[in-house]
Structures are given as structure tokens and as C-alpha cells.
Design a protein around this ligand. Structure first.
Ligand code: AMP
Ligand code: ZN
Length: 278
């Protein structure tokens, strides 16, 4: 098997082993315009799943324009519907403005750009996927992303935070059915293999990094991981699977609904409303 066939077979195995989705379901794929989510959409489509694409236009200048164009091209290439959420139209401002407003409020200054953007994006993705009547929401998270998150949670002193990760996240205690189960078909695929695959398939992809992602904690962790030997990196990944299984046993499945927006929340307010409250 060549690299592409290996990658395809790994993703197929992940889908089957963890029962990520089935043919009768409607899957909304969150496409950023980047390689990971484009490959996710490409593969789910190739495997004959029923997908539609969803893109958030974050309005981060020319970068967002290029991402939007890539999402549109992918939609044409696969001949699947693309839903677009324009932050400026829907929320009144783009990500840069909203983020700066949050950061300059007293007490919130320490929050990093990517942390804020991540919370807002997750909120939009769940809300819109539900409105589009999705059975599943697929994202492009890959093995490197997951290993970094896992390490970040350890460095923060809260490995329990990793309990909610895995190739599929669902919440069985969601009485109001507000949480759209999230799936990560590339969970076990290394980032570099995704890059090579996306180039081989000539997918319309924006390879540049988000211009706002300069100060992210994740970037620091990524740099640290890159100083490790190949063997050490491999060890993190080998341990990852078994540790996740153990941590999953102490998973916190408690779910509340935000008092302001009604979206799923851990506390009285969801993370997004906590950020934007004055
Ligand atoms: P990130 O939070 O940038 O690491 O992205 C993680 C995943 O979220 C990506 O693989 C996509 O599936 C999804 N995503 C990120 N940005 C966008 C966007 N602008 N529109 C739609 N989905 C996105
Ligand atoms: Zn809320």
C-alpha cells in the first residue's frame, strides 16, 4: 500500500471501529479552507457518506477571503452544498474586532487569540450544525492536534480535560438534544501525512497559517514537541490511546444549558457568553 492508500484505510478503520457515522446520516463537515478539514470532507465524500460543508467566514482580511475561496472550490469539486456563515453579518463584527473587544475588557487580557477564536467557532459550529439538522459534525482535527491538546492539558495540570476528546464526542445526558455529536475522522492520522495527501489529491487548500495565531500556547507546545526525538514523539502517540481509554472512565458528562443563549454549557453560562458578557 502506498501512503495515500494507508491513510484512506486508517480513516476507514477509525470510522468503523468507533462507529463515527453511517450512510443514512447527514454529516456537516466544518471546512476552514485548510488541509485537514478539506481532506476530511474529501474522504467522507469518497467513502460515500452524505455530507454538506459549512464554512465560517471569520473576516480576518485577505486570509479569510482565500479560505472562503478554497471552501467554495472544494464544494464545486465534490459537488456538495456549502453553507457559509459570515461573522460580520451574523454577529455584527469579524473575529479580530470581537476578540480585541474581549481582550481589552478588564480581567480578560490574558486570554490568547486562538483560545478566544476557538470558543467562538465551537459555539457557531454546534448551533448552525443543529439548525441544519445535522446528525454529526465532522472536523479536521488530526493526531498532532490531539497529541498537542493532550500535552497542553497535562502542562495546565488538568489531564481530566482530555476526557472529552476522542474520535467521537457525544453527550448522552443532553436532554434537550442541543449538542451535535462531533466526529474526527483524522484522529489517528499524523499532520504531515494529511499534508502530503492533500497535495497528492491537488485539493484546493490554503496552506498559510492564520495571521492571528502568533501567540498561541499550542504553538509553544508544538515547538516543544518538535524538539523531541522521533522515538519520544512516537511514545507520546503510543501512550495516547491507552491513556485516553482510562481517562474516559472519569469523563464528566454533566450538561447544562446556557442561561443567555440556550446552548450546551458546563456552567450557568456557556464559554462564549462568558467571554462576551460585559
Ligand atoms: P482550529 O480550531 O483552527 O484548529 O480548527 C479545528 C477544526 O475546526 C478544523 O479542522 C475545521 O474542521 C474547523 N474549523 C476551523 N476553522 C473553521 C472555519 N473558519 N469554518 C469552519 N470550520 C472551521
Ligand atoms: Zn451562551
Amino acid at each position: 500500500m502506498n501512503l495515500s492508500q494507508k491513510l484512506e484505510s486508517k480513516v476507514m478503520q477509525t470510522i468503523k471501529k468507533y462507529k463515527l457515522c453511517n450512510k443514512g446520516e447527514k454529516i456537516i463537515v466544518a471546512v476552514s479552507g485548510g488541509k485537514d478539514s478539506s481532506v476530511t470532507a474529501y474522504l467522507l465524500h469518497k467513502f460515500d457518506y452524505n455530507i454538506e460543508l459549512f464554512h465560517i467566514n471569520l473576516r480576518i482580511g485577505g486570509y479569510s477571503e482565500r479560505c472562503l475561496n478554497a471552501a467554495k472550490e472544494l464544494s464545486k469539486l465534490l459537488n456538495v452544498k456549502l453553507h457559509i456563515y459570515d461573522m460580520k453579518k451574523e454577529m455584527g463584527s469579524g473575529m479580530c474586532y470581537l476578540r480585541t473587544a474581549i481582550q481589552t475588557k478588564s480581567g480578560k487580557i490574558k486570554l490568547k487569540n486562538c483560545a478566544i477564536c476557538g470558543v467562538i467557532k465551537k459555539w457557531i459550529l454546534n448551533k448552525i450544525a443543529r439548525e441544519l439538522k445535522a446528525d454529526k459534525l465532522a472536523t479536521g482535527h488530526n493526531l498532532d492536534d490531539e497529541a498537542q491538546t493532550f500535552l497542553m492539558n497535562i502542562f495546565k495540570g488538568s489531564p481530566k480535560l482530555s476526557a472529552n476528546t476522542g474520535p467521537i464526542t457525544r453527550n448522552l445526558l443532553d436532554k434537550r438534544l442541543k449538542f451535535v455529536p462531533r466526529i474526527k475522522p483524522l484522529f489517528y492520522v499524523a499532520e504531515n501525512d494529511v499534508r502530503v495527501y492533500s497535495k497528492e489529491k491537488k485539493l484546493p487548500v490554503v496552506y498559510e497559517k492564520c495571521p492571528c495565531a502568533l501567540d498561541s500556547y499550542r504553538i509553544q507546545v508544538r515547538k516543544f514537541v518538535n524538539t523531541l526525538t522521533e522515538k519520544e514523539k512516537q511514545n507520546i502517540m503510543n501512550n495516547f490511546d491507552s491513556l485516553i481509554k482510562r481517562i474516559e472512565k472519569i469523563k464528566d458528562t454533566r450538561i447544562e444549558y446556557c442561561e443567555v443563549c440556550g446552548e450546551p454549557a458546563r456552567n450557568k453560562l456557556c464559554k462564549k457568553c462568558e467571554l462576551v458578557k460585559t
